[in-house]
Design a protein around this ligand. Structure first.
Ligand SMILES: Cc1ncc(C[n+]2csc(CCOP(=O)(O)OP(=O)(O)O)c2C)c(N)n1
Ligand SMILES: [Mg+2]
Length: 310
């Protein structure tokens, strides 16, 4: 979680300095969802995420250095520098990508779950998606068929109160989205998405159910994004009181406190210092990496009817 926070703080600074290619979608305040969920999975399990996927990338075990390289278009990035921060994937870690199409991470994960079921493999698939994505048609279609076919998939709804600048109260017919699970015939539960242990426990339960062949579950993790929709967001739609209340529930200080009780404050500080060094080194080395070699487009041929010409 600290790696993710430090990565994003640095990305925010670099965007301000005009050094990123386009805005970055930060997940400050939401780190417990992606990290807590990914920690349940092995490399063999699949996960898909959203345009705000840094916590999932890190949680699934991807290296910060190659994440930074990808974001800055370097050859050494996970997708050779061609995916960028929203479309980063790595099959070896079962990280099947962030996704810039709202809602599209949901059927992608269910499709992988269908493949797992057909091949009788011992792995599961997880879809992370937002409260805005939960209102799309493809979400409903996917949940229906996944429950009907008992696909080994976990639907993890990262409810951060807003879709872009739009509050959930004006985009959803019900405030509690896990209630919809009943309509599809699968279990649904709401959890505190800022409590990394609660996330880990809920995803573990859903993962066990999926592994047993009992089908999908819907977990609604309630959280809040403490920064803008993207680094280009001018803000103004969140009240100072709302922001302050959620800042007090920042998952990182909460986890730090719990860990300090069991591990001791010194050990926790050491781990955080190591995370800071890792992020520092990630930026230093990745930004010195080469850009991909220029690949010219294939020579264009005049358009002819299908089957003719080149
Ligand atoms: C199909 C589609 N429609 C609209 C957009 C523009 N868009 C990008 S993010 C976003 C809001 C998504 O909200 P949510 O699912 O809650 O994710 P969050 O940004 O809160 O993490 C919208 C409407 C898009 N990228 N894709
Ligand atoms: Mg949202």
């Amino acid at each position: 979680m600290v790696l993710t926070r430090l990565l994003e703080e640095r990305l925010g600074d670099l965007h301000k300095a005009g050094k990123t290619r386009g805005p970055i979608h930060r997940c400050d305040g939401q780190e417990a969802v992606g990290v807590g969920a990914a920690a349940v999975l092995t490399d063999a399990d699949f996960i898909t995420t959203t345009h705000r996927g840094h916590a999932v990338y890190i949680g699934k075990g991807l290296e910060p250095r190659r994440i930074v390289a990808e974001i800055f278009g370097r050859q050494t990035g996970y997708c050779g520098g061609r995916g960028g921060h929203m479309l980063l994937g790595d099959v070896e870690h079962g990280m099947l990508g962030g996704n810039a199409i709202v809602g599209a991470s949901i059927p992608a994960a269910a499709g992988m779950a269908l493949s797992i079921q057909l091949r009788r493999e011992d792995r599961i698939s997880v879809a992370v998606f937002g409260d805005g994505a939960a209102q799309t048609g493809i979400c409903h279609e996917t949940m229906n068929i996944a429950a009907l076919w008992k696909l080994p998939v976990v639907f993890l709804l990262e409810h951060n109160e807003y879709g872009l600048t739009v509050h959930h109260s004006v985009q959803s017919s019900v405030p509690d989205l896990h209630l919809r699970a009943a309509g599809y015939g699968m279990p649904g539960e709401q959890i505190d998405g800022n409590d990394v242990i609660a996330v880990h426990q809920a995803v573990s339960r859903a993962a066990q159910r999926a592994r047993r062949g009992d089908g999908p579950s819907l977990i609604e993790a309630r959280t809040y994004r403490l920064e803008g929709f993207s680094t280009s967001d001018m803000g103004g739609y969140q009240t100072p009181e709302e922001l302050a209340a959620w800042r007090r529930r920042d998952p990182i200080p909460q986890s730090r406190e719990i860990l300090a009780e069991t591990l001791g404050a010194t050990r926790v500080a050491d781990v955080e210092a190591a995370a800071a060094r890792e992020i520092e080194a990630a930026f230093e080395t990745a930004l010195a990496d080469p850009m991909p070699a220029f690949v010219p487009h294939a020579p264009s041929v005049p358009y002819t009817a299908r089957g003719e010409g080149a």
